[in-house]
Ligand binder design. Sequence first.
Ligand code: G6P
Length: 371
Amino acid sequence: SAAEKGGHDYFMLKEIEEQPEALTNTLRGHFSGGGVVLDEQRISEQDFRDINKVFVVACGTAYHSGLLAKYAIEHWCRIPVEVELASEFRYRDPVLGRDTLVVAISQSGETADTLEAVRHARTQHARVLAISNTNGSQIPRESDAVLYTHAGPEIGVAATKTFLAQIAANYLVGLALAQARGTKYADELEHEFSELAAMPEAVRSVLDTVPRVRDLATRMCEAKAVLFLGRHVGYPVALEGALKLKELAYMHAEGFAAGELKHGPIALIEDGLPVVVQMPSVKGNSHLHAKLVSNIREIQARGARTIVIAEEGDEVVRPFADELVEIPAVPTLLQPLVATVPLQVLAAEIARHRGFDVDKPRNLAKSVTVE
Ligand code: G6P
């Protein structure tokens, strides 16, 4: 009923609006006494400290959250991190050992590809840490450590609030590792956590863009294809924006690292093609900001219609944006938490205009328990 959907036409919009709460609930109780607390921890302090390699394995949207984990964990902990699709990891004989931490991210905790990756990692004596939204599901049950996201049940098949919660959980894992390894002092941990704790408010304010994005969607629903560009943490955001559009609106959509544009994708640009560009933070990522502006000029000169997601007050990019969606300025690593929100709304609203069932896209299942 409409009441169950919080007055919306579909659950996904309600779930998009629940994201501030999903973040608050995921962070609650996980930072106390100056440190990060996991839900279950059967890896000894010494073993956790000795971790010298991290693999993140997941599928679909959870995989995109994993791509973001790499930026934070490598930056904070100075441990190499590889992020891999669970279905690929399992079958390529990855190099694993007692000093390897495999972080398995799965909303449902039941995805067969991810579960098999976990089982494989364990046969190789790697330690496994699960991030899941489902208490007592199979992946957490077979792991050595667990951090639960508390996004609440997600009805829409396409993940939204669980994605933001997974990003927050990944950052908590990064801080836990930094703490164990001593690569961050207590006051630095506290500072990083306080920045994370400010994100529910930032996400609440980005929800103000919903009417603007709904309007934009009415003008994009006839497009043949949509490209998404981003760099650094904006790259996984671009991939997630494209995935959402495929899943919901059945449109051809692709996400690219903006630096790769010149190595191929620029050949796709033609008159009127909508290209969504995720702008880096003006201050936090200034060296990349200028590069993205020049990318936008290149594609605009070739006829692309530029849809720019940029920080409030980003005056430099404004003249090159055919459409501009403004998001609050937040620390660089946390930008995906606000930047993804307009892309979720865009995909859902384009799908609705095209007459599709936003909550139950064709051919997809909420949790895929076959390999
Ligand atoms: C399915 C869903 C996706 C989801 C993926 C991984 O394919 O349609 O939205 O991202 O599974 O799900 P998980 O439960 O492992 O996070």
